[in-house]
Design a protein around this ligand. Structure first.
Ligand code: 3IO
Length: 342
């Protein structure tokens, strides 16, 4: 009895193995197809995050879910991303809450000058804060991935060595970076990243403040030859799915997506911090003679002083809107210190 049973078990295992071997996943039509939109080109790090997520979801559901990615703003642009997902233009959209601090007020806190030193630390902090505080600004959405850039640097056509060099300079940032540039004495303009190369070309701006891989990934080193070595503030990203679409997904698929949500801050931060930015800086130095400009210690201290009031101002402004801003900031400081230990 026992022997026959184990033999038939072996046969079933072998047959399953053969079928598995001779019928690759691709011949099975996926049961679920999801569209995923992003506003910037496929080579950029947020798009790499999207591709990695799509591949992992297909793999971990054994081909049950197929994700069709639309980078480069082909399905939704930066400013229409979240409304587009709510309307069902795309099932998933990766946008930047930092582009619209009025709509994402609590999330704008991670773009305060709190001294994050890299994207991995800031990304983990943002994700932990979002789970703990469940900001109302994401109501109607299921957040499936969050991460940030590294703290942004001022990247310019002419060298910025001090406040006088920066005074009145037309510089672009994400919405949350605008008050930082204002505090430092520049003339800031908020603008989505994909518009930056043309704005530099036409002289609308003399540079930008953001993570440094854009020098290569948007070819900005062709005209922006200087980076001031002063880390400022991060830019936040959130990929969301419409809540009603989420609710209809089967439990096993939801489980994999929630597992991936835990991994994406670390995965993306690691790629950005340890591959993307370093390679771009080396390329820009070699191909376009990029120069890194240091700030003198006393100048650095004066810049720090100009940014110092921003945290307290943010708490006052957000508390007036009824948001738990003081608690959010306090927890942000704790998580920042916790995730600083690598
Ligand atoms: C960004 C956005 C899209 C693609 C690559 C990027 N690298 C840094 C950003 C952040 C950003 O949008 C900004 O405004 O600084």
């Amino acid at each position: 009895m026992n022997r026959r049973k184990s033999n038939s078990g072996l046969f079933v295992a072998l047959a399953a193995g053969l079928i598995g071997f001779s019928a690759p996943m691709a011949v099975h039509a996926a049961e679920i197809t999801l569209t995923y939109a992003f506003f910037a080109p496929a080579r950029t790090f947020p798009a790499r995050q999207m591709t990695h997520w799509a591949e992992q979801l297909a793999k971990r559901t054994n081909g049950k879910v197929d994700v069709k990615t639309f980078p480069g703003g082909t399905l939704l642009g930066a400013k229409e991303m979240y409304d587009g997902v709510a309307k069902g233009v795309a099932n998933i959209g990766l946008g930047s809450p930092s582009y619209d601090p009025g709509r994402f007020p609590l999330t704008s806190g991670v773009a305060l000058p709190v001294g994050f030193t890299n994207a991995t630390q800031a990304s983990r902090t943002l994700w932990a804060l979002t789970k703990e505080f469940k900001p109302k600004e994401y109501d109607g959405f299921k957040v499936i991935a969050m991460f940030t850039t590294e703290p942004g640097f001022i990247q310019t056509k002419t060298a910025v060595r001090n406040a006088a060099d920066l005074a009145g300079m037309k510089l672009r940032a994400a919405g949350t970076g605008v008050p930082v540039l204002k505090a430092l004495g520049a003339a800031p303009i908020g603008m989505p990243m994909p518009e930056v190369p043309q704005a530099v070309q036409t002289g609308v701006i003399n540079g930008t403040m953001t993570s440094r891989e854009v020098l290569q990934d948007f070819k900005l080193a062709e005209s922006l030859k200087f980076v001031t070595d002063y880390p400022t503030v991060v830019v936040a990203f959130a990929a969301v799915m419409d809540q009603k679409k989420w609710d209809k997904l089967p439990a096993d698929v939801k489980k994999v997506i929630e597992e991936l949500a835990e991994e994406m801050p670390g995965w993306t931060g690691n790629y950005h911090d340890n591959e993307n930015v370093g390679a771009a800086m080396a390329w820009a130095a070699k191909e376009h003679k990029l120069q890194v400009v240091s700030l003198a210690a006393d100048e650095r201290a004066r810049w720090d002083g100009k940014l110092k009031p921003m945290e307290a101002e943010w708490v006052t402004e957000m508390s007036a809107k009824g948001l738990p801003a003081a608690a959010y900031l306090k927890r942000m400081h704790e998580l920042r210190d916790q995730f600083a230990k690598r």
